[in-house]
Design a protein around this ligand. Structure first.
Ligand SMILES: [Mg+2]
Length: 335
């Protein structure tokens, strides 16, 4: 059997049940943005790790070494943000092609340092080794929350309002510019910038986690259409999304008109947004949204709600009519 037949999540399911016999000592593992481990009487530790492989996750010619270093840490910090946690340390392992210039690596580490410095995350170790020809970067980040306060995907409840912490689709559009070899100009530059140098929502996650009424939280790495299903599965709930409420940047609208892209499909089925998706008790959501918008540059936008339905499908609605999401984008049902 080929891996493509069962996919990444099928593979994880296949082996994870075999580990169930080993006691986890009050830790929670596979299935959330981070693992959660007991730390002391008052706190718990969260841990995440991510792998970036040249030509799979990035093209060396399409991203500066500085941005690549920044992004390698950012995607991991985003998982820490998704738990509502404070990052505390990072570990970096890197496999380097033998012919690589030291100056390239210096720039890569400058980018990694800039983001480490921004959130006060010390680099505490890792490994370096030689690679036959591709650059491989693995980062592990640890973080901390008050005991029992990590926001898990299993915490959503029917009637919760689903919100996102910023416009969606910019990164997917940035990737399209790269893959379709489009000369970047004007507002399109923002799309490429967010793709190459996303900003993890650490402060947003910490703030949200302090509010009463916050339930499930995760970061958007694969797009709402795929990521929301994790919350639905873990929380045993359904979800409905209002397409006209999905926030999109001016840059995405501009580029979509210019290149004839479908912005909604990029916003909901594109990946690497690294915004947070959070579900909020409906009686608290209005107040939280108002307060949030006083603190942060991007608005907290309600895009739908959690429902009782357990059929595993997201219900997409536009102007009171159901829509269908296909590989090509969105289609009306029935015509
Ligand atoms: Mg994640």
């Amino acid at each position: 059997m080929k891996l493509s037949q069962i996919g990444e999540f099928g593979f994880i399911e296949r082996f994870s049940k075999n580990f169930a016999n080993i006691p986890t000592a009050n830790s929670k593992g596979i299935g959330d943005d981070c693992a959660i481990l007991p730390l002391d009487d008052k706190n718990e530790q969260v841990v995440t790790t991510d792998l970036l492989i040249e030509d799979i996750h990035f093209l060396r010619k399409a991203i500066s070494p500085f941005d690549l270093g920044y992004k390698s840490l950012a995607v991991n910090l985003s998982d820490i943000a998704a738990m509502g946690a404070q990052p505390t340390s990072s570990f970096l392992s890197i496999a380097i092609p033998a012919d690589m210039d030291v100056e390239y690596l210096d720039e890569l580490m400058k980018g990694y340092h800039e983001l480490s410095n921004k959130y006060n995350v010390p680099l505490l170790g890792g490994d370096t080794t030689r690679s036959p020809d591709k650059l491989v970067i693995n980062v592990c980040v640890m973080g901390k929350t008050a005991k029992g306060k990590s926001r898990m995907r299993s915490m959503a409840q029917p009637d919760d309002i689903i919100c996102v912490t910023g416009p969606l689709g910019d990164s997917a559009a940035g990737l399209k510019l790269i893959l379709e070899n489009i000369a970047v100009e004007g507002k399109s530059r923002d799309l490429l910038n967010w793709h190459n140098k996303p900003e993890p929502a650490i402060n947003e996650g910490l703030w949200l986690n302090k509010q009463e009424g916050i339930k499930a939280m995760m970061d958007l790495s694969d797009g709402v259409a795929s990521d929301l299903k994790h919350i639905m599965k873990q929380s045993q709930v359904g979800a409905t999304i209002q397409l006209e409420d999905v926030p999109m940047s001016e840059a995405l609208i501009y580029a979509s008109e210019k290149y004839n892209w479908e912005p909604e499909a990029l916003a909901l089925a594109g990946g690497e947004d690294y915004r947070l998706m959070v579900t909020i008790d409906k009686t608290k959501s209005e107040k939280i949204i108002t307060e949030y918008n006083k603190h942060f540059p991007y608005r907290l936008s309600p895009i739908g709600r959690i429902t009782q339905a357990k059929n595993g499908e997201i219900e997409w609605i536009k102007k009171d009519r159901p829509f269908e999401l296909t590989k090509e984008g969105f289609n009306h049902f029935g015509h």
